[in-house]
Design a protein around this ligand. Sequence first.
Ligand code: ZN
Length: 149
Amino acid sequence: MRDDLRDLYQEVLLDHYKRPRNFRVMAEANRRAEGQNPLCGDEVTVYLLLEDDVVKDVSFQGAGCAISMASASMMTASLKGKTKEEAEALFNRFHQMLTEESDTDLEALGKLAVLSGVREFPIRVKCATLPWHTFRAALEGSTEVVSTE
Ligand code: ZN
């Protein structure tokens, strides 16, 4: 990765960590899921307002490392207004970017591409994917706590 690109990605990541978007409890949520990453100590609760299979609103609360919190923040920003199907597709693409060697279409991921560098640090991949696994549990109406272990 080019150094200037890496610096830019770092900046965006830190910005989302310091000023997380949609960091709040959502009283009107009709779905909710909790996730834990014991390896790092990250904890996240995802709130979802799903109407006619469309993500009307999504927010989160939690505590954890910069990568997990920035990832959760970016996730909520990218998922608003998406259909259930589009959200699943984005989850898969994001997961693929972090876990597979093959080149993912970074352009299709928009700002989420900022987290592509995490792939180089396998132990942090769980931090970045935790909010997404938790979101998917909420989407599916699961009540079990999501754990990356
Ligand atoms: Zn973490």
